[in-house]
Design a protein around this ligand. Structure first.
Ligand code: KG4
Ligand code: ZN
Length: 386
């Protein structure tokens, strides 16, 4: 264990300043400072507010993580940082801090992908990921099915949302129900007291001719909003718990159905679920039930490791070091729309400056999908029906 890489990871892609420290696949510290309360009154994350909060929280959070882990910065084998996708200004604070610490300490720097980190974090909970791993990634800005033969270098998208992300749907429905922001946790809680069969909401893209692995939550969002509006117009009380439970059921039914189909089609017997929505209790329960029926091993990290944190970045960074991936160049830049197919960002030269001597792989900057965190600017009520 002592010879496994000791890595500090910094996450600032959205509203959480996360600093985690891991040794190999062992979690030593997970310090998170959230600015979520500062955004709540706006109904979504305000990028400028998030950037400033990261700046203020960065040094104290790094110090807290080092103290919690009981390690000294000079003993680190590398510093990993989220290079994207996410809010540009927020990412910039993280990458600048990571560069400053890495340079000052003489440690290699690893720019990593936020989405791949959401998958790799499960190593801290359930040990090394099987190869390949099937991953259902569901966050506030992203919903996709990914086949990952190697989480440090080879992540292949099988399908993704064609409109809203799963977390975005939770946040928007919570807004229609006046439940505040973020919506996922409160809907999860209220749904426990509601009837998931009370209202049948549509299951997007599940028809015979629909794309098998893609998701769509926009039609569901509109159906739920119209249903609520009709009740209100009729002067009737909205059964919030039943709406929450029925809406949540529609989301998790589709997510689990498609994920299991992908595992079967690809002959993969492990399913990993990651991202903030993976904290959802009903998603976890239904996925477990359906995986058990299909003979698939389910891996979902504990809720705190599902939502944004620094430990996930450190976990992927440690894997980069363990596999001799090249360190990033000092000119590593934040990329707000970094594609999920780039788990690792070597920088422009691709050769790195520090330890490691693997290959620098090319940058395929596809912009096919709505990128992570785009939704946070949508503060207008009109968008609910778009
Ligand atoms: O991964 P994450 O922390 O940040 C992004 O990378 O987007 O995901 C945040 C999203 C939010 O949309 C939030 O409402 C959702 O995850 N979320 C949940 C739950 N906890 C967080 N959605 C459903 N149920 C939950 N318990
Ligand atoms: Zn995330």
């Amino acid at each position: 264990m002592a010879d496994e890489p000791l890595v500090l990871g910094i996450e600032t892609s959205c509203d959480e300043t996360g600093v985690g420290i891991v040794r190999g696949t062992t979690l030593l510290a997970d310090a998170v400072a959230s600015s979520v309360d500062e955004h709540a009154r706006f109904g979504g994350v305000v990028p400028e507010v998030a950037s400033r909060a990261h700046l203020e929280a960065m040094v104290p959070t790094i110090e807290r993580a080092l103290k919690e882990a009981g390690v000294s910065a000079k003993d680190l084998d590398g510093i990993a940082v989220t290079a994207g996708p996410g809010l540009a200004g927020a990412l910039l604070v993280g990458t600048s801090a990571a560069k400053a610490y890495a340079y000052a300490l003489g440690k290699p720097l690893y720019g990593v992908n936020h989405l791949a980190s959401h998958i790799c974090v499960d190593q801290l909970e359930h040990g090394p990921l099987p190869e390949p791993t099937m991953a259902l990634l569901v966050s506030g800005g992203h919903s996709s099915l990914l086949l990952a033969p190697d989480i440090t270098s080879d992540v292949r998208p099988l399908g993704a949302t064609i409109d809203d992300a799963a977390g975005e749907a939770f946040d928007k429905i919570a807004r229609v129900l006046n439940l505040g922001f973020p919506g996922g946790p409160v809907i999860d809680r209220l749904a426990k007291e509601g009837d998931p069969k009370a209202i049948h909401f549509p299951r997007g893209l599940t028809g015979a001719k629909d794309p098998v692995y893609d998701f769509s939550f926009s039609g569901l969002k509109t159906a739920v909003a119209r249903w609520i509006e009709a009740k209100r117009n009729a002067g009737e009380e909205v059964p919030v718990r039943d709406v929450a439970a029925s809406f949540q059921e529609a989301v998790v039914d589709v997510l689990t159905r498609k994920a299991i189909r992908a595992c079967k089609d690809e002959g993969v017997d492990h399913l990993m679920i990651g991202g903030g929505v993976a904290a959802n209790s009903r998603l976890r329960a239904l996925a477990q039930e359906r995986c058990d029926d299909a003979g698939i091993v389910l891996r979902v990290p504990r809720p705190k490791l599902c939502t944004d944190n620094g430990a996930m970045v450190a976990a992927l960074g440690a894997e980069m070091v363990a596999r001799n991936r090249p360190a990033s160049d000092w000119d590593l830049s934040a990329d707000s729309s970094l594609p999920v197919t780039d788990p690792h960002v070597p920088g422009s030269g691709g050769h790195g400056h520090g330890a490691g001597h693997g290959h620098g792989h090319g940058h395929a900057h596809g912009h096919g999908h709505a990128h992570d965190h785009d939704h946070v600017h949508e503060l207008s009520k009109d968008n609910l029906y778009s």
